[in-house]
Design a protein around this ligand. Structure first.
Ligand SMILES: Nc1ncnc2c1ncn2[C@@H]1O[C@H](COP(=O)(O)OP(=O)(O)O)[C@@H](O)[C@H]1O
Ligand SMILES: [Mg+2]
Length: 320
């Protein structure tokens, strides 16, 4: 039976799919580098020799396919399941952009449909065996983020922040959302933390001294890394050459932590049986009543036969 989280049934994983780790990447708001961090983790974990999947849960702002050279690609279907697209280096990706006719087509879906898309990307997708599934979350604490948190067995999240987020406490919203949903936070990554002077290599703290250590300590969370503002990262993401061009050694602590997480395996779960309707309950009660009456009549006939009574008149009437 599918496990429940806060009374909400969990989405079941599809037939033959296995996910050994499921890590979400979230932020308090958009544009802070969630997809970049998802891409870095996915690329580094794959480089370490693991099978990786990315479930792009940012349905209205998907950017994972383009980063991984899959702009314009389309997911296919086989045996009534979606087949994720596979990158040049073997990472499997499912994203709204892979099921839309064109990358520029806007997603004008309302909440329930968005939730349905998450369900399909998880349960109706032929993922196969995935060591690490990363979920690129939609920004903020909205409907889709809630659906992912309640319906997928997320083992932990990485929270991506920017220097301004730390000051404005936007990161606090993400931390508190996780606490309320009882989702473990693995730690914080500060993106756009600093820049490196192209001439002398000096580190420039554009936003002043980082507050990351202080804020992380305040929440009792580990710092999992800092990323510089680096036009080469944006260029690789835009060009779709991320897997090849990503410099090695970014976010080593985050990668190390992910690789040291205890094994969790999610495989096909029994789908939740739908609650019976009133009519079905009434039919079941009637059938039970009928069976009981028939059994009682049969027992009475057997008793009378044993006692040598004439049972001709005691044949059970058809019970209604
Ligand atoms: N550290 C960075 N250096 C350079 N460009 C970055 C950096 N982080 C993010 N970007 C760029 O900023 C944009 C937003 O980043 P993205 O990861 O898509 O944010 P989010 O997924 O949180 O909305 C993208 O174009 C991305 O390439
Ligand atoms: Mg994004």
């Amino acid at each position: 039976m599918a496990e429940e989280q806060g009374g909400v049934p969990q989405f079941a994983l599809g037939e033959n799919a296995r996910v050994h780790h499921l890590i979400g990447v979230i932020s308090g708001k958009g544009g802070v580098g969630k997809s970049l961090v998802t891409g870095i983790l996915a690329t580094e974990i794959a480089r370490a020799g693991h099978t990786v999947g990315i479930l792009d849960a940012d349905i209205t702002g998907p950017s994972i396919p383009r980063m991984f050279g899959l702009a314009g690609a389309h997911a296919t279907a086989a045996n009534e399941q979606l087949v994720p697209c596979t990158t040049a280096h073997g990472t499997k990706i499912m994203s709204a952009n892979l099921v839309l006719a064109a990358e520029t087509q806007p997603v004008l879906w309302r909440g329930p449909v968005l939730g349905g898309a998450i369900k399909q990307f998880w349960g109706d997708t032929a993922w196969g065996d995935i060591d690490y599934m990363l979920v690129d979350m939609p920004p903020g604490t909205g409907d889709v983020a809630l659906t992912v948190f309640q319906s997928l067995p997320i083992e932990g999240v990485v929270i991506v922040t920017s220097p301004q987020d730390l000051v404005s406490m936007i990161v606090g919203k993400a931390v508190n959302m996780c606490a309320q949903m009882e989702i473990p936070v693995l730690g914080l990554v500060e993106n756009m933390s600093y820049a490196t002077c192209p001439c002398c290599g000096e580190r420039i703290n554009i936003y002043g001294e980082s507050k990351l250590d202080e804020v992380a300590a305040g929440y009792g969370l580990p710092v999992l890394g800092r990323l510089p503002i680096d036009p080469a990262l944006a260029a690789a993401a835009d060009a779709g050459t991320f897997e090849d061009d990503l410099p090695a050694g970014l976010l080593p602590d985050a990668v190390k932590l992910a690789l040291s997480l205890p094994e969790l395996e999610v495989s096909e779960q029994e789908p939740e049986a739908p609650a019976p309707t009133m009519a079905q309950r009434a039919a079941a009660a009637a059938a039970e009543y009928k069976a009981k009456k028939a059994a009682a009549a049969k027992a009475e006939a057997a008793r009378a036969a044993a006692a040598g009574e004439d049972v001709a008149d005691m044949t059970p009437h058809e019970v209604r």
